[in-house]
Design a protein around this ligand. Structure first.
Ligand code: AMP
Length: 419
């Protein structure tokens, strides 16, 4: 299989699918350009080789052509970061765009307008009733056909297809997966970012050095069930923390006051504890908690056992005993996966537990452990604590990362390497 380093892009046109789905403010200023910067090494390498790039991305969730979601808003920043004057195609398909593509010279870059302006990109019909009428079925079928045409058109732009969009690798969309069928195995490859993400996840989930500890936090257990179940087959230690703590505490007879709880998941909590026992996994739950008399940074606070929270109070962070417990386990690990804060870290008064976890991961990493932090809020945590460059890898993917941890094969990855 070709890689970014083995492929010589000289005089080749590359279609590069990136994830430039960046947040914009009301004046269309980019408020966080991380995703653009993440794709720069791939794009620059192609240009430096003497190739040209046709850059495809989505922005937001448009239901058709919408100025708000136009990629023209980010064009100046892309040009600045790539250090070339990037051209812009106001439509991702059509004759004008084809002519612009044909006129591209080595070292030049063309940014296509938002691929999701066409329903064909996602292959999901828009504005149809949800019921399974014949009309709906016919519209879906017609869209599948026009999606094939759309995909083929995008593919004709280039000699080689590069996917560097980890954020959408779990989607079987035209430009993220289907397009790859139009290129032979020597002319489709992962960009640096996507390759790095795959390598990091596989280091954790496949070539795991033991002991392996996963720390799962966040607000609810219900959104993490599949991940927890898959992890139970792989980890030595599973730290379950954050809001789900109280569902577990209640499931075993605890008094949890006003803490966040999923009453319909009490059986599940008991089942997961049993499953961990069966599989010989050391399941670590918080024992004490920092409680608050309201959901606010300025609330009155105290500490309590997770099983004995007074009425009118709620647990918003782990307590000192749990910090010690978690730290000890993390420090003795060789592989670490962290997804989800262990408390309401957005409030400074309830961020201490997440900081302790982050500190322990940094220390373990210094001592040779491989640590992967990913999935939304834990990334915000390591950024807040200034630890992003002191862990082994910070993933850029939300849903894509979680699906990989669930053990799913991602369409965007399979389309290129076959598995
Ligand atoms: P998730 O998106 O499921 O990973 O959840 C992340 C959110 O969980 C963060 O915004 C945290 O503030 C929140 N969270 C963590 N611990 C608690 C808790 N004890 N009570 C309420 N929310 C929590």
């Amino acid at each position: 299989m070709q890689t970014m380093d083995s492929f010589n892009f000289a005089n080749k046109k590359a279609f590069v699918r990136v994830d430039f789905n960046v947040p914009l403010d009301d004046n269309f200023n980019i408020t966080d350009d991380t995703r653009i910067r993440a794709a720069v090494p791939t794009l620059k390498k192609i240009l430096k080789d003497g190739g040209s790039v046709i850059i495809g991305s989505h922005l937001g969730r448009p239901k058709g052509v919408t100025d708000k979601f136009s990629l023209k808003h980010i064009l100046p920043r892309v040009s600045e970061l790539l250090e070339v004057d990037v051209k812009f195609a106001e439509d991702c398909i059509g004759e004008t765009t084809e002519a612009m593509v044909a006129a591209l010279h080595p070292g030049e870059a063309l940014l296509l307008e938002n691929l999701r302006f066409y329903a064909e990109e996602e292959g999901k019909p828009r504005g149809l009733a949800a019921d399974a009428t014949e009309e709906v079925a016919a519209a879906k079928k017609a869209l599948k056909e026009s999606q094939k045409e759309f995909t083929k058109k995008l593919a004709t732009y280039a000699d080689v297809y590069v996917n560097d969009a980890f954020g959408t690798a779990h989607r079987a969309h035209a430009s993220t997966a289907l397009i790859a069928d139009h290129f032979d195995s020597d002319h489709k490859l992962f960009g640096y970012l996507l390759q790095n993400e795959i390598t990091a996840v596989e280091k954790v989930m496949k070539d795991t050095e033991k002991p392996f500890t996963a720390i799962m936090g966040g607000s609810k257990v219900s959104t993490k069930i599949e991940i927890i179940k898959n992890l139970l087959d792989k980890v030595d230690n599973l730290i379950l923390a954050g809001g789900m703590t109280y569902t577990f505490a209640k499931a075993f007879g605890g008094k949890i006051g006003n803490s966040i709880v999923e009453d319909d998941k009490l059986d599940l909590a008991r089942e997961l504890v049993e499953l961990a026992k069966e599989k010989g996994v050391n399941l670590v739950l918080a024992t004490d908690t920092k409680i608050a008399d309201s959901f606010s940074n300025d609330a009155k606070t105290d500490f309590a056992s997770v099983k004995n929270i007074p009425d009118g109070w709620e647990g918003l962070d782990i307590g000192p005993e749990s910090e010690k417990l978690f730290t000890e386990v993390i420090k003795n690990s060789k592989t670490i996966l962290w997804n989800g804060p262990v408390g309401v870290f957005e409030f400074d008064n309830f961020a201490k537990g997440s900081l302790a976890v982050s500190n322990a991961i940094v220390e373990a990493t210094k001592n040779g452990a491989f640590s992967l932090v990913g999935g939304g809020d834990s990334v915000a945590c390591v950024n807040k604590f200034g630890h992003a460059d002191q862990v082994s890898y910070v993933s850029t993917g939300g849903g894509a990362l979680l699906e990989m941890i669930e053990g799913k094969v991602l369409p965007g990855i399979k389309a290129i390497r076959g598995y």
